[in-house]
Write a protein that binds this ligand. Structure first.
Ligand code: KG4
Ligand code: ZN
Length: 338
């Protein structure tokens, strides 16, 4: 099956063409420059830019895949969770495109896209596997018993891990998105410079707002010294903050692997691009006897290849969308579906 995937849930306009497991194209236009001056995504600007870009991005995805719309068998589109205006652009385009060409349409839960993005890399994890989804909007630890049969073991009660990276980056004047900037600077910093709090809650739940507030107070207490201090120690603070996040995330997957006895662990979503997290989770796997699966960099952050992949799986399971498919901005990972 050759399927066109579309992703416009937040600030990336993305289209991809997949034939089976072969990613024939994966085009992403990020709006980071547009939102950088505001320190975060401005929904109205995001949807306008999706509207401007959706047609050229789809054309580019078809051209890169060296195919035409006639070669497509289906269309997959993210219908939630995400920003309403942004989701609406992708879904409206996908409906019109599928209808015009008489192709089946399938709605994809963005979180399932991330979850199964790990199948795009080889080897794919066997089922069951544990999956830590760490993105700008979500932090969830999930047990995947079979395709589309998920049990949420834990999740954040406040900020998502990526959100903490973005907010702390703002405090450190590093712009948006903050994760990649902190990751880069932290490589030259001392992770033991300051011991920021690590919060693990009962029921495998996470909380990152205390850590963020702790960075805020730390900087506030520097008073007038702050600017000079940051010139000398920005990288140390990045490394120390990142170390705290990584400790919490890796501790959670290590304990879940031990408690569930599931020995295959995946880490997906934008924060799975973090170099310190990637090496720490690999080291924990080696030390504790579980196998680690992570998507290639191109599939960590929002992309349409993962939407096409999850869409093809959904179609094969008989889940084509009807004409009434609508956006679901607050969609969660349903448990035990399929
Ligand atoms: O999955 P994603 O592209 O979008 C959402 O579904 O939210 O994740 C974006 C998040 C942002 O918060 C960004 O700062 C974070 O992923 N991120 C990183 C890195 N690259 C992206 N966080 C830490 N280290 C990175 N290298
Ligand atoms: Zn995402």
């Amino acid at each position: 099956m050759t399927i066109l995937g579309l992703e416009t849930s937040c600030d990336d306009t993305a289209a991809a063409v997949l034939t089976g497991d072969d990613v024939r194209s994966n085009v992403i236009s990020s709006q980071h420059d547009i939102h950088a001056e505001f320190g975060g995504v401005v929904p109205e600007l995001a949807s306008r830019d999706h509207q401007r870009l959706i047609v050229p991005i789809v054309k580019q995805a078809l051209a890169d895949a060296e195919c035409t719309a006639d070669d497509l068998d289906a269309v997959a589109v993210t219908y939630g969770p995400g920003l309403p205006g942004s989701l609406m652009v992708g879904l409206t385009f996908a409906k019109a495109f599928a209808r015009g060409r008489d192709l089946p349409l399938v709605g994809v839960n963005h979180l399932e896209g991330h979850l199964y993005s790990v199948d795009l890399s080889t080897p794919a994890p066997p089922r069951p596997f544990l999956c830590l989804i760490v993105s700008g909007g979500h932090t969830q630890l999930v047990r995947v018993d079979a395709d589309f049969r998920h049990e949420i073991l834990g999740q954040t009660r406040d900020d998502a891990a990526g959100e903490a990276f973005d907010k702390v980056a703002q405090l450190l004047d590093l712009g948006y998105p903050g994760g990649p900037a902190i990751d880069r600077l932290a490589r030259n910093g001392d992770a033991t410079f300051h011991d920021f709090p690590r919060t693990r809650l009962a029921d495998n739940d996470f909380s990152f707002s205390g850590l963020k507030t702790s960075v805020l107070y730390y900087l506030r207490d520097l008073g007038e010294e702050k600017d000079a201090f940051l010139r000398d120690h920005r990288a140390d603070l990045c490394a120390s903050f990142q170390h705290a996040v990584v400790d919490v995330l890796v501790g959670a997957v290590r304990d879940a692997a031990r408690d569930t006895g599931v020995k295959d662990v995946a880490v997906v979503g934008g924060v799975s691009a973090n170099s310190a997290l990637r090496s720490a989770v690999r080291a924990a796997g080696e030390a504790n006897g579980f196998d680690v699966y992570m998507p290639e960099m191109a599939y960590c952050m929002d992309n349409a290849a993962m939407i096409a992949r999850a869409g093809a799986m959904r179609l094969q399971a008989g889940h084509a969308a009807g004409p009434l498919l609508d956006i679901e901005p607050r969609l969660g990972l349903a448990t035990a579906t399929g």
